[in-house]
Design a protein around this ligand. Sequence first.
Ligand SMILES: [Zn+2]
Ligand SMILES: [Zn+2]
Length: 124
Amino acid sequence: MSKIRVRYCKEVTADHARNPRNLAHVGHYRRAVCVTPALFDFPPNFVYGVLLHELGHIVKAGKPHSERDADQLGGALARVRITRRAWHGARWVEYVSNADLPAARRTVNRFTDVQQLLSRARKR
Ligand SMILES: [Zn+2]
Ligand SMILES: [Zn+2]
């Protein structure tokens, strides 16, 4: 199965300008997670927490589910726990602990092409 694409999206960036806790969404493009570039200014505990949460939404795509379900499903993919923390002005952002970070990062890299987005960003 091909990887889920992680892409920048102007709508997420506009949502983020309205509320700093808006960093990503799914359901906009097929098999893609949209993010704002500002996501990558957050510590990796938040970056991989948010991306795992979005993968949790993709697992349940088309079926009714809550934000909490997305945390649980995304966390289950990596066998980690997604909690919520504030970071500067952003409240209630998905977060994984330092102990859970390697598993979260491994799982996100297995299911998404986020590293391609990050390497393109670094070249610019
Ligand atoms: Zn989008
Ligand atoms: Zn969500």
